[in-house]
Design a protein around this ligand. Structure first.
Ligand SMILES: Cc1ncc(COP(=O)(O)O)c(C=O)c1O
Length: 375
C-alpha cells in the first residue's frame, strides 16, 4: 500500500495465465499479457498505440459496446461500421466485413465483441481466423472477450495468439469475477505486440489493493466459488429468458452467451406506441412501448434496465442483467403486471401522448439491473 507496485506484475500475470490455460487450453505466458485499469483503458491504449490521429480508421460491428467508437473519436480516429446481421443471430456479415477491410489501407484496427454486448451471441472462432487470414488486410484484430466466461461452449480466441501475431484478445475481471470496481483488464497478444503495448501503458495504472484483490480472485478457492456462481447464472439465465418469452408482447431477441438477456417489446394496440406517428408498430418491436416499460419498471418497481432500442437491429429492445432467483422472479412478475397495465390503459383510451409520462427521464444513460455479475 505504501510503496510503488512492481510495474511488471509477473505474479498476477502468471496467475491469470494459469487460470486461462487450465480453463481454455491456451499456452499463455506473462509475456503475452498487458495489464491495465480495466478494458476501457486497454481499448484506448490499443487505439493510441496503433492509429495515427486524423489519418487512420477503426472498424466496428454494431450493435456493439460503444467504447470502441468513443475512444476512437477522442483520439481523432474515424470509425467505419459494418453492422451485424440482426436476422441471423447478430452474426458478422463476413464477406462485407472482409471487403471493407481489404478496401482501405488506413483501417488499422477491427473490433469484434464476442459474446456480443448487447447481442448476447458469441461469434464463431472460425470467423475470427478467417478475418486474420484475409491476405489483403494488414491491420490488428481486437477480439473483446469481456463476457467469455458466461459462454463455456465458446472457445477463447486467446488460443489463436501463437498462430496470429496481429490478434489482440481483451479479457477483464469486471464481468464473471464481478470485480468491476477494482479495474483490472488484460490485453493478450504475441510477445512482440505486447511489448509495444507495455511500453506505452501507464506503468502504475493498476494500484496495489486492486492487484492484491485480483490475485486473491484468481487463487484456487476463489475459482471454485466463481464456478458455482457461474453455474447459478447459467441456470437463472435460461429460466429468465423462458419466463420473459412467455409474457404476451415480449420476445427474446438476443442470445444466451452472456450474463444478460436482450428482449424486445411489441407495440400495444391503441397506445402511442402503436399509433401511426410511431410507425404503426402494433405487434411489431416498438421503441415507444419499450421506453414506457423501462420508465414504469424504474418508477413503480425500482428496477433499472437498459433501453437499447436505438442500436442497429434492436428496435424495441431492453437489456436486463441476470439476477438471483428471487430477483428474476420479481422482475418477470413486474414485467407481466406492467404489460397488462399498458394493455388495459390502451383499451381504455386511444389518445395517449406520443411521449409517455416517464419517457423524458429515461434514456440510454440509465443504470442497469445490477443483481448478478456486472453487465
Ligand atoms: C464488451 C465490453 N468490453 C469492455 C467493457 C469494459 O470493461 P472494464 O470494466 O474491464 O473496463 C465492457 C463493460 O461493460 C463491455 O461490455
Amino acid at each position: 500500500m505504501f510503496r510503488w507496485t512492481d510495474r511488471r506484475q509477473l505474479e498476477l500475470k502468471q496467475a491469470f495465465c494459469d487460470f486461462r490455460n487450465r480453463r481454455n487450453g491456451t499456452t499463455l505466458t506473462p509475456a503475452n499479457l498487458c495489464l491495465s485499469a480495466g478494458l476501457d483503458d486497454v481499448i484506448d491504449l490499443v487505439i493510441r498505440c496503433l492509429c495515427r490521429p486524423g489519418h487512420d480508421r477503426i472498424v466496428v460491428c454494431p450493435p456493439v459496446y460503444h467504447m470502441y467508437q468513443t475512444a476512437a473519436t477522442i483520439n481523432d480516429v474515424a470509425t467505419i461500421s459494418v453492422p451485424l446481421n440482426p436476422h441471423r443471430n447478430f452474426q458478422l456479415q463476413l464477406s462485407e466485413l472482409q471487403q471493407t477491410l481489404s478496401s482501405d489501407r488506413n483501417i488499422k484496427i477491427c473490433f469484434i465483441c464476442t459474446p456480443g454486448n448487447p447481442t448476447g451471441h458469441a461469434i464463431p472462432i472460425d470467423n475470427i481466423a478467417a478475418i486474420l487470414d484475409n491476405p489483403s488486410w494488414r491491420g490488428i484484430l481486437v477480439v473483446d472477450e469481456a463476457y467469455i466466461d458466461f459462454s463455456p461452449r465458446s472457445p477463447s480466441a486467446a488460443a489463436l495468439i501463437g498462430r496470429y501475431p496481429r490478434l489482440v484478445v481483451l479479457q477483464t475481471l469486471s464481468k464473471a469475477f464481478g470485480l468491476a470496481g477494482i479495474r483490472v483488464g488484460f490485453a493478450i497478444a504475441c510477445a512482440h505486440l505486447c511489448a509495444v503495448l507495455n511500453n506505452v501503458r501507464k506503468p502504475y495504472a493498476v494500484g496495489g489493493p486492486s492487484i492484491a484483490l485480483a490475485r486473491a480472485a484468481l487463487a484456487e478457492p476463489s475459482i471454485a466459488v466463481l464456478d458455482a456462481k457461474l453455474q447459478a447464472i447459467f441456470d437463472q439465465r435460461t429460466r429468465l429468458a423462458r419466463d420473459l418469452g412467455r409474457i404476451p408482447g415480449i420476445g427474446i431477441k438476443g442470445g444466451l452467451d452472456a450474463n444478460f438477456v436482450l428482449f424486445e417489446v411489441l407495440g400495444i394496440a391503441g397506445t402511442a406506441s402503436a399509433s401511426s406517428e410511431a410507425g404503426g408498430s402494433f405487434n411489431r418491436p416498438c421503441n415507444a412501448a419499450a421506453r414506457e416499460l423501462v420508465g414504469l419498471l424504474r418508477h413503480s418497481a425500482g428496477i433499472l434496465v437498459r433501453f437499447k432500442g436505438l442500436e442497429h437491429g434492436c428496435e424495441g429492445c431492453i437489456r436486463v442483467s441476470v439476477g438471483k432467483g428471487a430477483e428474476n422472479k420479481r422482475f418477470v412478475e413486474q414485467v407481466c403486471l406492467l404489460m397488462k397495465r399498458l394493455r388495459l390503459r390502451a383499451a381504455a383510451t386511444t389518445t395517449i401522448p406520443a411521449v409517455g409520462p416517464f419517457s423524458s427521464i429515461i434514456g440510454d444513460s440509465v443504470g442497469i439491473f445490477h443483481l448478478g455479475a456486472a453487465a
